[in-house]
Ligand binder design. Structure first.
Ligand code: GLN
Length: 245
């Protein structure tokens, strides 16, 4: 295995949208790559800053409605087009909650103007009367069981051939009605799972790292490492979620 591999992680709006431990997702990607001898560079991409063309993995955290107003305005036009093009060309993406909503067509907060998104996911989110707060467990065809924490008022409807990340086992998910949670498109994952998601769900982290390696090197060999601690954290989080539902 080539020892001089590197990955560039583009952290979107880290100073504006970063709640409920979302930062832990960037740390998990960094650490699991480094355990395989892969060098990782994390680039902050904030308000008014362009999307570089050498990003392998993007991360976009959650945020309250008021933070999403400035971000929604900032991601329109050429910046949003460059992000969509990067995803079309195989860049990996993990977007949580508020970030997930703005990767759809729009998010309509309570008593405020609709916030346009960029339409990577064929989805629309509308703030509902009730805030969904609590542990979440889902069954994902791609990753098996996933566990996390949700805290959102947005209800997301997937349209057309948008495929969900999984089916809700515990919690409310996309909209508390159709039993779906999250969305997937190419190497982009969007979901309502805070926590942070990745430390307790290492299969998703490795999937993002492989997608990033594939984008940069056209191959995605990733050696297996000991996940006993992650797997026990995963199991105990699921047990706790099921016990508190
Ligand atoms: N502000 C959005 C909502 O309430 C997203 C919240 C979040 O990112 N946790 O649905």
């Amino acid at each position: 295995m080539d020892a001089n591999r590197k990955l560039v992680v583009g952290w979107l709006y880290g100073a504006t949208m970063n709640i409920y431990g979302d930062r832990g997702n960037v740390l998990a990607i960094e650490q699991r790559a480094r355990w395989r001898g892969i060098d990782v560079e994390v680039r902050q991409i904030g308000l008014g800053e362009p999307i570089p063309d050498d990003i392998d993995i993007f991360f976009w955290g959650g945020g309250q409605d008021q933070e999403q107003v400035a971000v929604s305005r900032d991601i329109q036009g050429e910046k949003g087009d460059r992000l969509k093009a990067a995803i079309e060309n195989g860049a990996a993406m993990l977007a949580i909650c508020g970030g997930y909503q703005l990767l759809g067509h729009e998010y309509r907060p309570h008593d405020a103007e609709p916030l346009p998104g960029i339409g990577v996911f064929d989805a629309v989110s509308v703030a509902g009367p009730e805030r969904f707060i609590g542990n979440v467990v889902i069954d994902s065809p791609e990753f098996g069981t996933l566990v996390g924490f949700e805290n959102h008022s947005g209800l997301t409807e997937l349209h057309g051939d948008a495929s969900p990340l999984g089916k809700v086992v515990v919690g409310r998910g996309n909209n508390g009605k159709d039993g779906t949670e999250g969305a997937m498109y190419r190497n982009a994952i969007g979901c309502y799972l805070h926590g942070a998601l990745l430390p307790k769900n290492p299969r998703v982290t490795d999937w993002l790292i492989k997608a990033g390696l594939n984008r940069r090197y056209g191959m995605a060999d990733l050696e297996t490492i000991d996940d006993s601690i992650e797997e026990s954290a995963h199991r105990s989080a699921i047990d706790r979620a099921k016990a508190t539902r």
